[in-house]
Design a protein around this ligand. Structure first.
Ligand SMILES: [Zn+2]
Length: 175
């Protein structure tokens, strides 16, 4: 007799989960995702959402699934909020505190679209408000006097569109 991996009760022959339990877990994951996104968008602290999310996580949802719902909710919220307008340093901290509250580190979030939006949005804010923290990473710039590096991106391929003249097309054709 199979045991349901969600509720721990008997699930019948050849079955490891009740349909109703799978359905409920899916809904719970969606509400974790949505409440994390909402917290980012409306400026709540993690403690305002954790009472709800942690009850759900404690009950039936596997830990890794709950974590990825929190991560994706955070990223969605951060992407929307940070693309709407440039965010200040205090907003940057407020939004970062949400993923930290949920037990994530910056390394866990760095590849999410939300984290990219967060970083670039703050950089734009710092330029607009004359509060640039000059870039000190590994990329070298050829700067003119009075210019300040703001942002460095490694391994960027620069490409240039060139119209092909009939002559060069012919030359290319022969090559
Ligand atoms: Zn069940």
């Amino acid at each position: 007799m199979g045991i349901c991996r969600y509720c721990g009760l008997r699930a019948g022959w050849f079955s490891d989960a009740h349909d109703s339990c799978i359905e409920k877990a899916k809904k719970d994951l969606e509400s974790i995702d949505a409440s994390m996104a909402d917290a980012v968008l409306t400026g709540k602290t993690y403690s305002a959402v954790s009472s709800m999310t942690e009850k759900l996580i404690g009950s039936s949802i596997p830990d890794d699934q709950a974590r990825s719902a929190l991560q994706s909710g955070w990223s969605k919220g951060a992407e929307l909020r940070c693309k709407k307008e440039p965010i200040s340093l205090s907003e940057f901290s407020e939004i970062s505190d949400l993923y930290k509250g949920a037990g994530f580190k910056a390394e866990d979030m760095v590849k999410t679209p939300g984290f990219r939006a967060l970083t670039l949005s703050y950089l734009i804010w710092s330029v607009l408000n004359d509060q640039i923290d000059p870039y000190q990473g590994p990329i070298k710039f050829n700067l003119q006097a009075g210019e300040t590096p703001v942002f460095g991106l490694a391994n960027v391929l620069l490409s240039e569109k060139k119209p092909l003249t009939p002559m060069s097309a012919a030359t290319t054709g022969q090559a």
